[in-house]
Design a protein around this ligand. Structure first.
Ligand code: ADE
Length: 258
């Protein structure tokens, strides 16, 4: 990351991702607020607050608000999984958001579909320099050489899972309060938002709160499914076998990079 951050908020979408982070933190202490568990401590010498985002836009917005207002973090990294929508976005790839839209925001005819009422825009963009830096880091972490070397990703067996070398994409992630699991729903979303690479349930809400507070953020999503009729089958196995390892390796690399 370009500007050295003070305290960093790390939001994990899945309990497995949270646990992977807690396992490598030497000194975390637990604080409960708003029904959530905030883990305050260090990771690779950086001060961090690690928390489960909770699922859905409102839950994630509340978690983000507490991180910003009670813990004063000056940067948020969100790590989780998403359904792939873009044509070349495959299971096992990673998408770094450079724009986020709430696909279920629709106050038409008062405002254009997807527009955030009062904000005059539909897409929110994290800071470009941070996005580029995060994408470069993810590319290094998942490069063929890094995967061949094993290291933090030694337990990920792509061949056995029928996955190929992950690609890193940068682009639009869309969020809504639905787990998308049908080919028809995918078609509807991509018709309405053709640039969308991935769909999930929290990122655009985190973006809106960070935007309101003026705090930089990054949203990183590993593709766990294609949001089609098989999405719910692929999902749990993928988190255990791949996503939690990627998530940890990526967050560690971002923190080490400074
Ligand atoms: N997160 C992971 N896969 C998803 C999907 N298919 N829809 C919404 N959120 C997701």
């Amino acid at each position: 990351m370009n500007k050295p951050a003070g305290r960093i908020g790390i939001m994990a979408a899945m309990p497995e991702e949270l646990q992977a982070l807690l396992d490598v933190m030497p000194d975390e202490s637990l604080e409960r607020r708003a029904g959530r568990e905030f883990w305050v401590g260090h990771l690779h010498g950086r001060e961090v607050v690690v928390v489960l985002s909770r699922i859905g836009k409102v839950a994630a917005a509340t978690t983000t608000t507490v991180l910003l207002s009670c813990y004063g973090v000056d940067q948020i990294i969100f790590t989780g999984v998403a359904g792939g929508l873009g044509a070349g976005v495959r299971v096992g790839d990673v998408v770094v958001a450079d724009a986020l839209i709430q696909h279920d925001m629709d106050a038409s005819p008062l405002f254009p579909r997807f527009e955030l009422p009062g904000q005059g825009v539909s897409a929110l963009a994290p800071p470009a320099a941070l996005t580029t830096s995060v994408r470069d880091t993810v590319e290094q972490v998942l490069s063929p050489a890094a995967l061949a070397a094993g290291g933090a990703l030694a337990d990920v067996h792509l061949d056995a899972l029928g996955l190929s070398q992950p690609r890193v994409h940068q682009g639009l992630i869309i969020s809504g309060d639905q787990f998308i699991h049908s080919a028809q729903a995918c078609r509807d979303l991509t018709q309405a938002l053709p640039a969308a690479l991935a769909v999930e349930m929290e990122g655009a809400a985190v973006a809106q709160v960070c935007h309101d507070f003026g705090v930089p953020y990054a949203v990183i999503r590993t593709i766990s499914d294609r949001a089609d009729d098989d999405a719910h089958i692929d999902f749990p196995r993928f988190i255990e076998a791949v996503a939690r390892h990627y998530s940890l390796a990526i967050v560690e690399a971002l923190l080490k990079r400074g």
